[in-house]
Ligand binder design. Structure first.
Ligand code: NAP
Ligand code: F7E
Length: 327
């Protein structure tokens, strides 16, 4: 029997990546998209004729119920969220509605319609925030440092709670930062690789960043979505940290990206206090040994390979766009 999947946030980086992965595995793929006056389907453009899209919103319980009722999926991956940390300070209530209560709306719909549906919640290393130990694993206490991190802690615990209360096969993947050429432009990796391409091709001269000393455990999105899928294929539901176990500073990322394009970052990069966060997560580094042991999962793409892949993809895209603009 063909397995059916519903992906929320299918227009985002991870949703688009997972849709491609599950189509290759023979799944019937359904995606949840919210209404917008101009469609934002760029990341799934090439998959459009193979995915069925359903209009629903994390804010609207009835639209979620209607969608799950119609699709009757075997697996649901909840990737939809307000996922940009700085925006969570300017829009804390909306972030709470999407990123925290949205998870309960998804779980309530599953509980009402069919509690045998398997559920994946996209939890985040931002929950560790002001880290209590290093590296962080599934037992490390949470100390979120942004409204986004606080909302994700709620999403994590409500997922655990529906598993314990209603016996729903619900898993929480505590994922550390993961990137790809599909990453949103505002996140630091993509902001840097896009700027490198534009500087290299003479379209920009300066790149203004915030805190260059922050450390992150960056991995490749293509590796991480496979871990999410593996979680839902196990005999019992559980929670897993997904990470590489290696951390780098934003400064390392910048040097690597500029160096790969033959540029010296000291000629182009500035740090501006205005881009520092009200409360920073200074360092994150994950211990994914449980995922390695139980799921047989390990990252395949290294940090350097990832950044080079992103710079190359942006160079190609910016070159194409520049050529298209020339008379
Ligand atoms: P992303 O690119 O920002 O995608 C977010 C998705 O959520 C978009 O498709 C967006 O739709 C959708 N969305 C936002 N609000 C919605 C609403 N009210 N109703 C329905 N859909 C809504 O995020 P990502 O990087 O792919 O991350 C996927 C998930 O993993 C997120 O939950 C994120 O918080 C979490 N996470 C990400 C990372 C990471 O490093 N990437 C790490 C840990 C956890 P539009 O296209 O309409 O805006
Ligand atoms: O920032 C520093 C910034 O915005 C990384 C989301 O996917 O991963 C992501 O959250 C670091 C921070 O990601 C700039 O201060 C310096 O320390 O790329 P980011 P994030 O905040 O770690 C987690 C796991 C998620 O769950 C989130 O959804 O880089 N930084 N200068 C900068 N960051 C940005 N965005 N822009 C700068 O100019």
């Amino acid at each position: 029997m063909t397995r059916k999947v519903l992906i929320t946030g299918v227009t985002g980086q991870d949703g688009a990546c997972l849709a491609q992965f599950l189509l290759e595995k023979g799944y019937e793929v359904h995606g949840m998209v919210r209404h917008s006056s101009s469609a934002n389907l760029e990341r799934i453009e090439k998959l459009r004729d193979r995915i069925e899209l359903h209009q629903a919103d994390l804010l609207d319980q009835l639209s979620i119920i209607t969608t799950i009722q119609k699709v009757r999926p075997h697996e649901v991956y909840n990737f939809a969220a307000q996922s940009f940390v700085p925006t969570s300070w300017s829009q804390p209530l909306l972030t709470g509605e999407f990123t925290a209560l949205g998870v309960t709306r998804m779980l309530e719909a599953i509980r009402l319609i069919d509690p045998s549906i398997r559920f994946y919640q996209a939890s985040s290393s931002e929950m560790f925030g002001n880290v209590r130990e290093e590296p962080q694993n599934e037992q490390t206490p949470f100390w979120p440092r942004s409204p986004y991190g606080v909302a994700k802690v709620y999403g994590h615990w409500i997922t655990v709670n529906y598993r314990e209360s209603y016996d729903i096969f619900a898993c929480s993947g505590i994922m550390f930062n993961h990137e790809s050429p599909l990453r949103g432009m505002e996140f630091v990796s993509r902001k840097v690789t896009d700027a490198v391409a534009r500087i290299k091709l003479g379209l920009q001269d300066k790149l203004v960043l915030g805190n260059l000393d922050a450390m992150r455990d960056w991995g490749y999105a293509g590796d991480y979505i496979e871990a999410a899928w593996l979680m839902l294929q196990q005999d019992r539901p559980d929670d897993y940290v997904v990470a590489t176990g290696i951390k780098h500073s934003v400064r390392d990322l910048v040097e690597l990206a500029f160096g790969h394009a033959g540029l010296d970052c000291r000629d182009h990069v500035e740090s501006d206090q205005k881009l520092f966060r009200p409360a920073e997560v200074n360092t994150l580094c994950g211990d994914a040994s449980k995922a390695r042991r139980v799921l047989g999962w390990a990252p395949k793409v290294s940090f350097a390979e990832l950044i080079r892949m992103m710079v190359d993809a942006d160079l190609e895209r910016v070159r194409r766009e520049k050529a298209a603009r020339q008379p």
